[in-house]
Design a binder for this molecule. Structure first.
Ligand SMILES: Nc1ncnc2c1ncn2[C@@H]1O[C@H](COP(=O)(O)OP(=O)(O)OP(=O)(O)O)[C@@H](O)[C@H]1O
Length: 329
Protein backbone atom coordinates (compact mmCIF):
# COMPACT_ATOMS: atom_id res chain seq x y z
CA UNK A 1 0.00 0.00 0.00
CA UNK A 2 1.44 3.38 -0.87
CA UNK A 3 0.70 7.01 -0.05
CA UNK A 4 -1.71 7.40 -2.99
CA UNK A 5 -3.69 4.30 -2.08
CA UNK A 6 -4.04 5.54 1.48
CA UNK A 7 -5.26 8.96 0.24
CA UNK A 8 -7.64 7.28 -2.19
CA UNK A 9 -9.55 5.76 0.73
CA UNK A 10 -10.33 9.23 2.09
CA UNK A 11 -12.91 11.76 0.87
CA UNK A 12 -11.38 14.91 -0.65
CA UNK A 13 -12.20 17.00 2.44
CA UNK A 14 -9.96 14.74 4.54
CA UNK A 15 -7.40 13.82 1.88
CA UNK A 16 -6.39 17.47 1.51
CA UNK A 17 -5.43 17.49 5.17
CA UNK A 18 -2.95 14.61 4.77
CA UNK A 19 0.61 15.90 5.08
CA UNK A 20 2.34 12.53 4.93
CA UNK A 21 1.10 8.97 4.75
CA UNK A 22 3.27 5.92 5.13
CA UNK A 23 2.65 2.21 5.28
CA UNK A 24 4.98 -0.41 6.68
CA UNK A 25 4.53 -3.84 8.27
CA UNK A 26 0.77 -3.48 8.53
CA UNK A 27 0.97 -0.04 10.17
CA UNK A 28 -0.38 3.03 8.34
CA UNK A 29 1.03 6.28 9.76
CA UNK A 30 -0.62 9.58 8.78
CA UNK A 31 0.26 13.13 9.72
CA UNK A 32 -2.77 15.40 9.32
CA UNK A 33 -3.13 19.16 9.19
CA UNK A 34 -5.72 19.97 11.84
CA UNK A 35 -5.86 23.72 11.03
CA UNK A 36 -9.07 25.36 12.22
CA UNK A 37 -10.39 22.34 14.08
CA UNK A 38 -11.34 22.32 17.76
CA UNK A 39 -10.87 19.38 20.07
CA UNK A 40 -14.04 17.59 18.98
CA UNK A 41 -13.32 18.24 15.29
CA UNK A 42 -9.91 16.68 15.73
CA UNK A 43 -11.41 13.67 17.46
CA UNK A 44 -13.90 13.18 14.64
CA UNK A 45 -11.18 13.58 12.01
CA UNK A 46 -9.01 11.02 13.73
CA UNK A 47 -11.87 8.56 14.15
CA UNK A 48 -12.86 8.93 10.48
CA UNK A 49 -9.29 8.36 9.26
CA UNK A 50 -8.84 5.31 11.48
CA UNK A 51 -12.09 3.89 10.23
CA UNK A 52 -11.52 4.52 6.52
CA UNK A 53 -7.82 3.58 6.33
CA UNK A 54 -8.19 0.76 8.85
CA UNK A 55 -10.83 -0.80 6.57
CA UNK A 56 -8.16 -1.83 4.05
CA UNK A 57 -7.27 -5.53 4.25
CA UNK A 58 -3.52 -4.99 4.58
CA UNK A 59 -3.84 -2.48 7.43
CA UNK A 60 -3.58 -3.82 10.97
CA UNK A 61 -3.09 -0.52 12.75
CA UNK A 62 -3.58 3.16 11.91
CA UNK A 63 -1.52 5.81 13.66
CA UNK A 64 -2.55 9.44 13.35
CA UNK A 65 -0.71 12.59 14.37
CA UNK A 66 -2.19 16.09 14.04
CA UNK A 67 -0.35 19.27 13.22
CA UNK A 68 -1.98 22.34 14.77
CA UNK A 69 -2.66 25.59 12.94
CA UNK A 70 -0.27 27.59 15.09
CA UNK A 71 3.38 27.75 14.10
CA UNK A 72 4.73 24.23 14.46
CA UNK A 73 6.86 23.69 17.53
CA UNK A 74 10.37 22.58 16.67
CA UNK A 75 10.55 18.81 17.00
CA UNK A 76 12.26 17.83 20.22
CA UNK A 77 15.82 16.83 19.50
CA UNK A 78 16.36 13.13 19.81
CA UNK A 79 19.58 11.37 20.68
CA UNK A 80 20.38 8.10 18.98
CA UNK A 81 23.29 6.20 20.52
CA UNK A 82 25.48 4.07 18.27
CA UNK A 83 27.22 1.48 20.39
CA UNK A 84 29.23 -1.70 20.17
CA UNK A 85 30.52 -4.18 22.66
CA UNK A 86 34.08 -4.06 21.35
CA UNK A 87 36.30 -1.63 19.48
CA UNK A 88 37.14 -1.60 15.82
CA UNK A 89 33.88 -3.08 14.55
CA UNK A 90 32.95 0.04 12.56
CA UNK A 91 30.82 2.08 14.95
CA UNK A 92 32.38 5.40 13.88
CA UNK A 93 32.16 4.48 10.21
CA UNK A 94 28.48 3.63 10.58
CA UNK A 95 27.70 6.77 12.63
CA UNK A 96 29.25 9.16 10.10
CA UNK A 97 27.75 7.44 7.08
CA UNK A 98 24.28 7.14 8.64
CA UNK A 99 24.40 10.85 9.46
CA UNK A 100 25.35 11.73 5.88
CA UNK A 101 22.69 9.39 4.47
CA UNK A 102 20.03 10.94 6.76
CA UNK A 103 21.13 14.44 5.72
CA UNK A 104 20.78 13.41 2.07
CA UNK A 105 17.19 12.41 2.88
CA UNK A 106 16.55 15.93 4.20
CA UNK A 107 16.91 15.22 7.91
CA UNK A 108 18.71 17.76 10.12
CA UNK A 109 21.41 15.74 11.81
CA UNK A 110 24.32 16.36 14.17
CA UNK A 111 27.09 13.96 15.11
CA UNK A 112 28.53 13.77 18.63
CA UNK A 113 31.79 11.87 18.75
CA UNK A 114 31.96 10.63 22.32
CA UNK A 115 34.76 8.22 21.60
CA UNK A 116 37.38 9.86 23.81
CA UNK A 117 39.95 7.17 23.25
CA UNK A 118 39.87 7.25 19.47
CA UNK A 119 37.85 10.17 18.11
CA UNK A 120 37.58 9.66 14.37
CA UNK A 121 34.59 11.74 13.23
CA UNK A 122 36.71 14.83 12.36
CA UNK A 123 38.72 12.63 9.98
CA UNK A 124 35.76 10.82 8.41
CA UNK A 125 33.71 14.02 8.01
CA UNK A 126 36.72 16.13 7.04
CA UNK A 127 36.76 18.89 9.65
CA UNK A 128 39.85 17.77 11.54
CA UNK A 129 41.92 20.46 13.21
CA UNK A 130 39.02 22.92 13.49
CA UNK A 131 38.18 24.25 16.93
CA UNK A 132 34.55 24.79 17.92
CA UNK A 133 33.73 28.33 19.08
CA UNK A 134 31.59 28.91 22.16
CA UNK A 135 28.66 31.26 22.76
CA UNK A 136 26.89 31.80 26.09
CA UNK A 137 29.06 29.11 27.61
CA UNK A 138 27.99 26.50 25.05
CA UNK A 139 29.92 25.05 22.15
CA UNK A 140 28.96 25.72 18.56
CA UNK A 141 29.19 22.53 16.48
CA UNK A 142 31.70 22.45 13.65
CA UNK A 143 30.05 22.28 10.21
CA UNK A 144 31.21 19.75 7.65
CA UNK A 145 30.82 19.86 3.91
CA UNK A 146 28.53 16.82 4.08
CA UNK A 147 25.57 18.70 5.57
CA UNK A 148 26.22 17.34 9.06
CA UNK A 149 27.61 19.35 12.01
CA UNK A 150 29.99 17.62 14.36
CA UNK A 151 31.33 17.96 17.88
CA UNK A 152 34.09 15.58 18.78
CA UNK A 153 36.42 15.01 21.66
CA UNK A 154 38.96 15.25 18.85
CA UNK A 155 37.98 18.92 18.37
CA UNK A 156 38.60 19.65 22.05
CA UNK A 157 41.76 17.82 23.07
CA UNK A 158 45.01 16.86 21.45
CA UNK A 159 45.03 13.31 20.14
CA UNK A 160 45.91 10.89 22.92
CA UNK A 161 45.43 13.42 25.77
CA UNK A 162 42.07 12.12 26.93
CA UNK A 163 43.28 8.57 27.40
CA UNK A 164 43.99 9.14 31.09
CA UNK A 165 40.58 10.70 31.80
CA UNK A 166 38.49 9.03 34.40
CA UNK A 167 34.73 8.55 34.34
CA UNK A 168 33.47 11.91 35.67
CA UNK A 169 35.76 13.95 33.43
CA UNK A 170 34.74 11.99 30.40
CA UNK A 171 31.08 12.31 31.41
CA UNK A 172 31.35 16.12 31.78
CA UNK A 173 33.05 16.48 28.44
CA UNK A 174 30.30 14.44 26.84
CA UNK A 175 27.72 16.75 28.44
CA UNK A 176 29.39 19.74 26.74
CA UNK A 177 29.21 18.04 23.38
CA UNK A 178 25.53 17.18 23.72
CA UNK A 179 24.27 20.40 25.40
CA UNK A 180 25.67 22.56 22.63
CA UNK A 181 24.09 24.99 20.15
CA UNK A 182 22.71 22.32 17.85
CA UNK A 183 20.34 24.74 16.11
CA UNK A 184 17.73 22.98 14.02
CA UNK A 185 19.25 19.49 14.31
CA UNK A 186 16.36 17.13 15.08
CA UNK A 187 18.57 14.08 15.56
CA UNK A 188 21.95 13.70 17.24
CA UNK A 189 23.82 10.51 16.44
CA UNK A 190 26.22 9.78 19.27
CA UNK A 191 29.26 7.64 18.48
CA UNK A 192 29.87 6.00 21.84
CA UNK A 193 33.21 4.62 22.91
CA UNK A 194 33.33 0.82 22.60
CA UNK A 195 32.36 -1.29 25.58
CA UNK A 196 30.11 -0.84 28.55
CA UNK A 197 32.04 1.52 30.87
CA UNK A 198 31.60 4.90 32.61
CA UNK A 199 30.99 7.07 29.57
CA UNK A 200 28.26 4.80 28.31
CA UNK A 201 26.62 4.75 31.74
CA UNK A 202 26.83 8.54 32.06
CA UNK A 203 25.32 8.81 28.60
CA UNK A 204 22.37 6.68 29.57
CA UNK A 205 21.78 8.36 32.89
CA UNK A 206 22.15 12.03 31.94
CA UNK A 207 21.23 12.25 28.28
CA UNK A 208 18.60 9.63 27.85
CA UNK A 209 18.81 8.53 24.21
CA UNK A 210 15.54 7.93 22.36
CA UNK A 211 17.03 4.72 20.98
CA UNK A 212 20.21 2.79 20.32
CA UNK A 213 21.76 0.98 17.39
CA UNK A 214 24.33 -1.74 18.00
CA UNK A 215 27.07 -2.56 15.50
CA UNK A 216 28.84 -5.90 15.35
CA UNK A 217 30.96 -7.92 12.99
CA UNK A 218 29.63 -11.42 12.34
CA UNK A 219 32.21 -13.12 14.60
CA UNK A 220 30.93 -14.99 17.63
CA UNK A 221 33.17 -13.06 20.01
CA UNK A 222 32.05 -9.69 18.69
CA UNK A 223 28.47 -10.88 18.97
CA UNK A 224 28.85 -11.85 22.60
CA UNK A 225 30.16 -8.34 23.30
CA UNK A 226 27.34 -6.82 21.25
CA UNK A 227 24.90 -8.74 23.42
CA UNK A 228 26.53 -7.15 26.48
CA UNK A 229 26.03 -3.70 24.95
CA UNK A 230 22.39 -4.58 24.23
CA UNK A 231 21.96 -5.56 27.89
CA UNK A 232 23.39 -2.20 29.00
CA UNK A 233 20.82 -0.32 26.93
CA UNK A 234 18.02 -2.59 28.07
CA UNK A 235 18.99 -2.02 31.70
CA UNK A 236 18.83 1.74 31.05
CA UNK A 237 15.42 1.20 29.38
CA UNK A 238 16.73 2.60 26.10
CA UNK A 239 14.76 1.16 23.16
CA UNK A 240 16.96 -0.91 20.86
CA UNK A 241 16.31 0.23 17.30
CA UNK A 242 18.30 -2.65 15.87
CA UNK A 243 21.53 -4.44 15.03
CA UNK A 244 23.83 -3.71 12.09
CA UNK A 245 26.27 -6.26 10.72
CA UNK A 246 29.44 -4.58 9.53
CA UNK A 247 32.36 -6.08 7.61
CA UNK A 248 30.10 -8.75 6.17
CA UNK A 249 31.31 -10.46 2.98
CA UNK A 250 34.52 -9.28 1.33
CA UNK A 251 34.51 -8.77 -2.42
CA UNK A 252 38.05 -9.32 -3.75
CA UNK A 253 38.92 -6.22 -5.78
CA UNK A 254 40.93 -8.42 -8.21
CA UNK A 255 38.80 -11.46 -8.94
CA UNK A 256 35.43 -10.39 -7.46
CA UNK A 257 35.17 -13.56 -5.37
CA UNK A 258 33.18 -13.03 -2.18
CA UNK A 259 34.70 -14.40 0.99
CA UNK A 260 33.56 -14.10 4.58
CA UNK A 261 36.60 -13.38 6.76
CA UNK A 262 34.45 -12.78 9.85
CA UNK A 263 31.77 -15.39 9.08
CA UNK A 264 28.37 -14.64 7.62
CA UNK A 265 24.89 -13.98 8.91
CA UNK A 266 25.86 -14.14 12.58
CA UNK A 267 24.24 -10.82 13.41
CA UNK A 268 21.02 -11.71 11.62
CA UNK A 269 20.90 -14.99 13.58
CA UNK A 270 21.52 -13.06 16.81
CA UNK A 271 18.73 -10.70 15.84
CA UNK A 272 16.33 -13.59 15.38
CA UNK A 273 17.39 -15.17 18.66
CA UNK A 274 17.03 -11.95 20.68
CA UNK A 275 14.09 -10.34 18.88
CA UNK A 276 16.14 -7.14 18.30
CA UNK A 277 15.40 -5.97 14.73
CA UNK A 278 18.07 -6.53 12.08
CA UNK A 279 18.74 -3.24 10.27
CA UNK A 280 21.09 -4.43 7.55
CA UNK A 281 24.64 -5.30 6.62
CA UNK A 282 27.57 -3.31 5.31
CA UNK A 283 30.18 -5.21 3.29
CA UNK A 284 33.87 -5.24 4.13
CA UNK A 285 35.20 -3.06 1.32
CA UNK A 286 38.50 -1.31 0.85
CA UNK A 287 36.63 1.71 -0.58
CA UNK A 288 34.80 2.23 2.70
CA UNK A 289 38.05 2.46 4.65
CA UNK A 290 39.68 4.64 2.02
CA UNK A 291 36.65 6.96 1.90
CA UNK A 292 36.78 7.34 5.70
CA UNK A 293 40.49 8.10 5.72
CA UNK A 294 40.07 10.60 2.88
CA UNK A 295 37.17 12.44 4.56
CA UNK A 296 34.81 11.66 1.69
CA UNK A 297 32.21 9.43 3.36
CA UNK A 298 30.93 6.54 1.26
CA UNK A 299 27.30 7.52 1.94
CA UNK A 300 27.87 10.88 0.19
CA UNK A 301 28.59 9.03 -3.05
CA UNK A 302 26.60 6.71 -5.30
CA UNK A 303 26.82 2.95 -5.73
CA UNK A 304 26.01 -0.23 -3.84
CA UNK A 305 27.95 0.63 -0.69
CA UNK A 306 26.33 4.06 -0.40
CA UNK A 307 23.00 2.29 -0.90
CA UNK A 308 23.79 -0.14 1.96
CA UNK A 309 24.16 2.84 4.32
CA UNK A 310 21.09 4.58 2.80
CA UNK A 311 18.94 1.49 3.44
CA UNK A 312 19.86 1.49 7.12
CA UNK A 313 19.26 5.26 7.27
CA UNK A 314 15.76 4.71 5.83
CA UNK A 315 15.01 2.17 8.57
CA UNK A 316 16.23 4.63 11.20
CA UNK A 317 14.18 7.42 9.62
CA UNK A 318 11.06 5.21 9.68
CA UNK A 319 11.75 4.40 13.32
CA UNK A 320 12.04 8.12 14.13
CA UNK A 321 8.74 8.86 12.37
CA UNK A 322 6.95 5.97 14.03
CA UNK A 323 8.21 6.84 17.48
CA UNK A 324 7.32 10.54 17.15
CA UNK A 325 3.82 9.66 15.97
CA UNK A 326 3.49 7.21 18.86
CA UNK A 327 4.43 10.07 21.23
CA UNK A 328 2.08 12.55 19.55
CA UNK A 329 -1.05 10.37 19.38
N1 LIG B 1 32.73 -2.02 6.16
C1 LIG B 1 34.01 -1.70 6.22
N2 LIG B 1 34.86 -2.01 5.22
C2 LIG B 1 36.18 -1.69 5.31
N3 LIG B 1 36.75 -1.07 6.34
C3 LIG B 1 35.95 -0.73 7.36
C4 LIG B 1 34.55 -1.02 7.37
N4 LIG B 1 34.03 -0.55 8.53
C5 LIG B 1 35.05 0.00 9.21
N5 LIG B 1 36.19 -0.10 8.52
C6 LIG B 1 37.54 0.34 8.93
O1 LIG B 1 37.87 -0.36 10.13
C7 LIG B 1 38.52 0.49 11.05
C8 LIG B 1 37.71 0.56 12.35
O2 LIG B 1 36.46 1.16 12.05
P1 LIG B 1 35.80 2.24 13.03
O3 LIG B 1 36.82 3.23 13.48
O4 LIG B 1 34.58 2.74 12.36
O5 LIG B 1 35.42 1.28 14.21
P2 LIG B 1 34.96 1.63 15.69
O6 LIG B 1 34.09 0.52 16.12
O7 LIG B 1 34.39 3.00 15.74
O8 LIG B 1 36.34 1.59 16.42
P3 LIG B 1 36.81 2.27 17.79
O9 LIG B 1 37.05 1.14 18.69
O10 LIG B 1 38.07 3.00 17.41
O11 LIG B 1 35.73 3.20 18.23
C9 LIG B 1 38.67 1.84 10.36
O12 LIG B 1 39.94 1.87 9.74
C10 LIG B 1 37.56 1.81 9.30
O13 LIG B 1 37.87 2.62 8.18
Amino acid sequence: MDQDEIRARLPASIATRVQTAKFKDGVATLVLDAAGLGASGREKLEAAVKDLVGGADAVEEVRVAMIADRAPEPAPRRIIAIGSGKGGVGKSTLTANLAVALARMGRKVGVVDADIYGPSQPTILANKGERPKAEDGKLIPVPSKWGVSVLSMGHLVEPGKAIAWRGPMAGNALGQLIDAHWGDAEVLLVDLPPGTGDVQLSMLQKHKPAGAIIVSTPQDLALIDAQRAANLFETGKIPLIGLVENMAGYACPHCGEISDPFGRGGVEDASEATGIPFLGRIPLAIDIREDSDAGTPTAAQDGPQAEAFAAIARSLSDWLDASSVAEAV
